[in-house]
Write a protein that binds this ligand. Structure first.
Ligand code: FES
Length: 173
């Protein structure tokens, strides 16, 4: 039986406030809570089914799994495939591997902030673009590298990036 007080303080736009999504979240926790490594399994399933693991979901999962919230936060922030907010329709990743970092990734991220008005880890308010950083994608000879959706582009320059981001902004699905 789920203690309703666990969800009494979630924000209105949290998946836990939506009865259908909450049912999915409860089912995932119910089905996996007794497994070894339950925290990781549950978080993976939540990310896959809901699309992100909100702060409220992290707290709820921690309480229902009887683990400290700090452990859940730690897992979510360590692995880059977890997100705490919904991802945009498109993802722009900046490689932070050594070659790319030295080759100019910080200047590219600055340019992205100017063009899109968001930091890595955030999504544009229209829900179109999420900006992330990533580890080496294996194209170091073309540093600095960005990845737009699944397409890798190397030898990126700030001005070229601005054009590429504007092109993504105008893609209509
Ligand atoms: S360091 Fe960026 S692709 Fe290897």
């Amino acid at each position: 039986m789920v203690d309703e007080t666990l969800t009494s303080k979630v924000s209105l736009n949290d998946p836990l406030a939506d009865p259908q999504q909450k049912a999915i979240i409860d089912q995932i926790i119910d089905e996996n809570s007794a497994r070894p490594g339950a925290t990781m399994v549950v978080l993976n399933e939540l990310q896959a089914s809901i699309g992100f693991v909100s702060e409220g979901m992290q707290k709820y999962a921690a309480e229902r799994l009887h683990v400290p919230v700090s452990r859940v936060h730690g897992v979510v922030s360590f692995y880059s495939f977890f997100t705490t907010t919904p991802r945009g329709k498109h993802t722009v990743k900046f490689c932070m591997g050594t070659a790319c970092y030295v080759g100019g990734t910080p200047a590219l991220i600055e340019k992205a902030k100017q063009v899109l008005g968001i930091e890595p880890g955030q999504t544009t308010p229209d829900g179109n673009i999420t900006v992330e950083v990533c580890r080496c994608v294996g194209a170091c000879s073309q540093a600095p590298v960005i990845v737009i959706d699944d397409e890798v582009t190397g030898r990126m320059k700030p001005n070229k990036l601005a054009q590429a981001l504007k092109a993504v902004q105008t893609i209509v699905e």
